[in-house]
Design a protein around this ligand. Sequence first.
Ligand SMILES: Cc1cc2nc3c(=O)[nH]c(=O)nc-3n(C[C@H](O)[C@H](O)[C@H](O)COP(=O)(O)OP(=O)(O)OC[C@H]3O[C@@H](n4cnc5c(N)ncnc54)[C@H](O)[C@@H]3O)c2cc1C
Length: 257
Amino acid sequence: MVSFNHETVLGVQHWTNTLFSFTTTRNPAFRFENGQFAMIGVKCNSTPLVRAYSMVSPNYTEQLEWLSIKVPDGPLTSRLQSVKVGDTILVSKKPFGTLVIDNLSPGRRLYLLSTGTGLAPFMSIIGDPITYERFGSVVLVHSCRYVAELAYAKRIKEELPNHEFLGELIKQKLIYFPTVTREPFENTGRITDIVACGELFEKIAMPSLDPSVDRVMLCGNPNFIVDMRTILEAFSFREGSSNNPAEYLVEKAFAER
Ligand SMILES: Cc1cc2nc3c(=O)[nH]c(=O)nc-3n(C[C@H](O)[C@H](O)[C@H](O)COP(=O)(O)OP(=O)(O)OC[C@H]3O[C@@H](n4cnc5c(N)ncnc54)[C@H](O)[C@@H]3O)c2cc1C
């Protein structure tokens, strides 16, 4: 059975009418690997109502940060979207998940490909100095329908490159590639399309996918995962696990109803 810490909400940011993020206190005994998730939620008629949520904040920070969808009739998020400073959030005492760089074999370039809230685990991974020790370049691709849904774009573009300790590494190694599918923007198109036609690699001046040097993590909607897996397997990428690190890893950001 999952047991929970009681954390306090410290801040809330609403990005759009379907997306928000919030920070909470962190029990110092809660340890995790960047890329993992926890079960979080609220008490509902004295029973925990919880769902899987990836940690946005890297594992060395004092607070925890979460990025959330607002599903209008969703059992948890219809309640969670009205959290305010001082409210209590349940956070599982243990983390879960295998979307961690230790489950990838050594490589030269790391591609973090996400749609929607699938960005969340990659925020902790790009905030981890070990990511930059292991890889020469880190390419974070985030696809949304609208520009306003590109959560954390300003933090990634403006704050992380000036980070006290990681700034220099991030300036040298992190390439951020946001793309939207439903309005004009500097980059448009689905990740699967821009990978398959090569537009992504042309724009970031990298060679096409190569399993001998590239490593890929996927997190996003179930259809994106299915289509992206097919593309990666056509390039002879193999899925990694904790027993068998390999060339790509997958986490679904949510299950289809
Ligand atoms: C490993 C894992 C990590 C996750 N991490 C996050 C996270 O960091 N942030 C987050 O918002 N959600 C995340 N989710 C989804 C989350 O667990 C819940 O599904 C979500 O909070 C909605 O909860 P709900 O009870 O309101 O609705 P649910 O009954 O859980 O979901 C209802 C329906 O809403 C849609 N939906 C659910 N979640 C999403 C989503 N994130 N984006 C788009 N559509 C969705 C799906 O169609 C789903 O069937 C994660 C799921 C998994 C399996």
